[in-house]
Design a protein around this ligand. Structure first.
Ligand code: CO
Length: 140
């Protein structure tokens, strides 16, 4: 008898993204509080964000500020203030993970994988239908 076990798609927590008003102040706080240093920094113009990534083992804390008023981070800051914005789940195949999540009932924000920061391929999943959590699938 063959027991079918679907493959586990999650390989790592890629990052935890925190929306911040002032990126320099947030970096300084993490340096002061944790001795944390920025591993990677990037402006993602298409998303209207600037990110500072702090490496924790094989994952990142991603401090994220808005670069313009219509960015999702600006809207989050306006509605809810600073705080947890989304969780990035690392997967081997973003398209396959997206298809499987949609099949399981998830509502995609990105219907197809697209470029993310650090040269990754990403797709966002809406919090509605995913336990109130904005999920980003991240393929390195
Ligand atoms: Co992210």
């Amino acid at each position: 008898m063959t027991i079918y076990a679907p493959p586990v798609l999650l390989t790592e927590i890629d990052h935890i993204a925190i929306a911040v008003e002032d990126l320099e102040a947030a970096i300084a706080y993490y340096a002061e509080a944790f001795g944390a240093v920025v591993h990677h920094r990037e402006i993602v113009e298409s998303d209207g964000v600037e990110e500072a990534l702090i490496k924790v083992a094989d994952s990142y804390i991603q401090l994220t500020a808005a670069t313009r008023d219509d960015s999702p981070i600006a809207r989050h800051l306006e509605r809810r203030g600073e705080g947890l914005h989304h969780v990035g789940y690392r997967v081997d195949d973003c398209a396959a993970a997206l298809a499987r999540m949609v099949a399981a009932g998830a509502t995609p924000i990105d219907t197809e994988p697209r470029p993310g920061s650090r040269g990754t391929t990403v797709a966002f999943i809406h919090p509605k239908g995913s336990l109130g959590t904005l999920i980003e699938l991240v393929q390195e």
